[in-house]
Design a protein around this ligand. Structure first.
Ligand code: SF4
Ligand code: SF4
Length: 115
């Protein structure tokens, strides 16, 4: 079917009406969208975040689990209690837990959360 063989350049890439001047190599690859927090719905802020060290996280934003470990509280929508729901920015960025500091943009963990 010819319609399926048309490429973005408008030429026909294969089939009886194929244009010999146009091949698969002529089609510009679509650049991958950059991975940035600005294009992400704060996916990693839905993860379980342990407060392993004292970084100054306000106590009212944390909970303690059954094993006595301190975690960031998560609200009913699944996001961390410290996340600003309007801006999707961390409200305690300077005091955020070590785990949050170590999760790098574009890392395997980041990409896994975004997928
Ligand atoms: S670090 Fe990754 S998962 Fe977290 S907000 Fe930024 S892009 Fe999203
Ligand atoms: S402390 Fe900040 S960076 Fe860490 S999960 Fe909560 S909102 Fe996200």
């Amino acid at each position: 079917m010819i319609a399926d063989a048309r490429r973005s350049c408008g030429h026909v890439a294969s089939g009886a009406d194929a244009d010999p001047a146009c091949s698969e190599d002529d089609v510009d690859p679509i650049p991958a969208a950059p991975v940035t927090c600005e294009t992400c719905a704060a996916c990693c802020c839905r993860l379980e975040v342990w407060c392993l060290t004292d970084t100054g996280v306000p106590g009212h934003l944390t909970v303690m689990d059954n094993f006595g470990r301190t975690l960031m509280d998560r609200l009913d929508d699944g996001w961390c209690a410290a996340l600003d729901r309007d801006t999707l920015l961390c409200r305690i960025y300077a005091q955020r837990p070590l785990v949050c500091r170590e999760l790098a943009v574009g890392s395997p963990e980041c990409l896994a959360e975004r997928s």
